[in-house]
Design a protein around this ligand. Sequence first.
Ligand SMILES: *[C@@H]1O[C@H](CO)[C@@H](O)[C@H](O)[C@H]1NC(C)=O
Ligand SMILES: *[C@@H]1O[C@H](CO)[C@@H](O)[C@H](O)[C@H]1NC(C)=O
Ligand SMILES: *[C@@H]1O[C@H](CO)[C@@H](O)[C@H](O)[C@H]1NC(C)=O
Ligand SMILES: *[C@@H]1O[C@H](CO)[C@@H](O)[C@H](O)[C@H]1NC(C)=O
Ligand SMILES: *[C@@H]1O[C@H](CO)[C@@H](O)[C@H](O)[C@H]1NC(C)=O
Length: 290
Amino acid sequence: MMLKLLALVSLLPAWTMMVSAHTVYARQYDTAPTTDAGGGDHGFQAPGPNDARGPCPGLNTLANHGYLPRDGKNITIPIVLQAVLDGFNVGPDVVTLAAKGALMAAETPDFFNLTEIALHETFEHDISLSREDFHVDPNNDNIHFNETVFTTLANSNPGVDYYNATSAGQVQKERQDIQNAVNAQLINNVKDFKIRTRESGLYLAVMGNVTAGVATKAPKNFVQILFREERLPIAEGWKKNDMLITVDVLDPIEVEIERFSEWQPSGVQPNPWIRLGPDGAIDPLTANRI
Ligand SMILES: *[C@@H]1O[C@H](CO)[C@@H](O)[C@H](O)[C@H]1NC(C)=O
Ligand SMILES: *[C@@H]1O[C@H](CO)[C@@H](O)[C@H](O)[C@H]1NC(C)=O
Ligand SMILES: *[C@@H]1O[C@H](CO)[C@@H](O)[C@H](O)[C@H]1NC(C)=O
Ligand SMILES: *[C@@H]1O[C@H](CO)[C@@H](O)[C@H](O)[C@H]1NC(C)=O
Ligand SMILES: *[C@@H]1O[C@H](CO)[C@@H](O)[C@H](O)[C@H]1NC(C)=O
């Protein structure tokens, strides 16, 4: 039946045109790959020069292990939800909004590549734990890992070998103070703060053992390998959480992070606006359009 239909389509020029006009909607992957290209078990492979990677160390890591397409391209919301579940045991309630944000930042209507997420002020935000702000010289590089930026997190919670919700909050505060001083075009609104806090909660929960709740400890070497190498520290002893990481699981951890962040809005755009696409205005009031 399907073959007959296809034969019919090829006989009708108008239909053929319609089909080719829709190839932009075709996708390379219908679901996230469950094994890597070699049929292996999600081994680490550093990205090649044509692979897309972006500002999110967690998603880059999932691509480096073949939970996301290793080329970092043609990612859909179902693919990202499946990958985050399989790789990190993080539930869809935690990432759906961010995945939708990734689509808003993309050129294509229903898939994105990992670099596109870097569109400033859709979900990408200032005061990252591991990337410089979009407007900070000399490199204006909000995509690649930066060791200087990462120093704050790397050196936090001195005297013990783990990070936790208290130290994660202190790191957010310290990063906020640093970027307030160096970025004249800083954007630090409540939307960005909530996204940053979710990200901090995630590195603690995913690298730690969340059965401990607010007392969750994430071994420092695991977290550092995740950020610096975008690799799962399996050889070093890391295991995926047995417990599904949901918003409810993250909530007490995030409350503690927020408490120690001592957050205050600052910068040039205090409104919690989400930029709606590559042509979207950061400030629709000034631009008089969305
Ligand atoms: C994958 O995405 C790129 C844009 O990033 C697009 O040009 C290409 O057609 C897509 N491939 C498939 C098979 O959908
Ligand atoms: C990802 O998408 C952006 C914007 O559409 C494009 O400029 C870039 O080349 C893509 N990256 C790769 C590695 O294909
Ligand atoms: C990393 O960030 C620091 C601090 O802003 C900056 O001086 C340095 O040039 C950045 N490094 C790279 C490679 O972008
Ligand atoms: C985090 O670790 C520090 C240092 O051990 C400790 O003082 C603090 O109470 C811990 N916080 C939580 C929430 O367990
Ligand atoms: C997390 O801790 C609990 C309670 O101590 C333990 O039963 C479980 O095996 C640990 N999970 C992982 C993935 O280490």
